[in-house]
Design a protein around this ligand. Structure first.
Ligand code: SIN
Length: 292
């Protein structure tokens, strides 16, 4: 049976809890209610997939998602894989479920910089899923920005100047962070691969829309320029991407599941909490393709 959701103006499967999809802001993000991510049928999975490609970030409040169910949900979007640098603790029995954690005596590793997860990989993850296990109310929000709109905001001249060009992405930032934070395993420098070049403007493999694919954390420079020469150009792209009207800021509640498209959204974990403020999120990623 199909129920009509008036606010989202979409037809949704009716399993007694009609799915309701509400936009969260003008730039990106939608909240999805009336769905249990541990028990999805075909129609609900398809509706979530469509909403994901439209909104880039989906928020599912009040989910009771065990680690295995989180893996199964993430697998709807691609193969679930462990972090290549294995810097963090994982849930027992689930090596692909990372624990992002801040607690007394173990301050969490910072993620307060705009980035796309593991963009230095040959095939960066397509999708990241976070499930909030512990939060301190009003602290440790996560921000997201829309990299389609960042591209759309460029002038014709700027787009022309970026055509065919590539930027280098390096895992060195993760290496450095692993030395600074005790919730992360210190990585051997030899594990960090040489920087990898990806196109600055990529085409999303599903929506076929152009988007910017650079980020201030992992992108070190334009392939054909020095770091100093690259800085003004890259900074102007980051400024376009992170202007306030292009950002959704998520305030965490226990049980929230938030998923985002790592190809066309950057994220930033706000560091406004101290060591005594609990924050624990379970993180999974689904594999993506090489950016093109
Ligand atoms: C991340 O940057 O992958 C984690 C984001 C967060 O901790 O909110």
């Amino acid at each position: 049976m199909i129920a009509m959701d008036l606010e989202g103006a979409r037809e949704m499967p009716d399993d007694g809890r009609p799915m309701k999809i509400s936009r969260l802001c003008g730039a990106l993000g939608a909240e999805v209610r009336g769905v249990d991510l541990a028990r999805l049928d075909e129609a609900a999975s398809a509706a979530i997939r469509d909403a994901f490609h439209e909104h880039l970030v989906l928020v599912f409040p009040d989910q009771d998602l065990a680690a295995g169910a989180q893996v199964a949900f993430t697998e709807l979007f691609g193969a679930v894989e462990p972090h290549p640098l294995r810097t963090r603790r994982t849930v027992d029995g689930f090596p692909a479920v990372l624990i992002i954690e801040n607690r007394k005596g173990r301050p969490g590793a910072r993620n307060d910089y705009w980035h796309s997860d593991i963009s230095h990989a040959e095939r960066p993850p397509a999708v990241t899923v976070l499930h909030a296990i512990k939060v301190t109310e009003g602290r440790g929000d996560t921000m997201f920005c829309n990299m389609y709109r960042a591209y759309d905001a460029l002038s014709e001249d700027q787009r022309e100047a970026l055509r065919g060009r590539r930027a280098l992405h390096s895992g060195m930032a993760t290496y450095t962070r692993s030395l600074e934070h005790n919730d992360a395993r210190a990585i051997d420098r030899a594990e960090v691969k040489p920087p990898r070049a990806h196109p600055v403007v990529c085409t999303h493999p599903v929506t076929h829309r152009p988007m910017l694919f650079v980020n201030p954390h992992f992108t070190t420079r334009m392939e054909d320029m020095t770091e100093d020469e690259s800085r003004p150009l890259l900074d102007s792209l980051y400024a376009a991407a992170t202007r306030p009207e292009n950002v959704y800021r998520h305030r965490w509640r226990v049980g929230d599941v938030v998923m985002w498209d790592n190809r066309c959204a950057m994220h930033y974990a706000v560091m406004d909490y101290t060591e005594d403020m609990a924050r624990q999120l379970h993180r999974t990623t689904a594999a993506g393709a090489a950016p093109r």
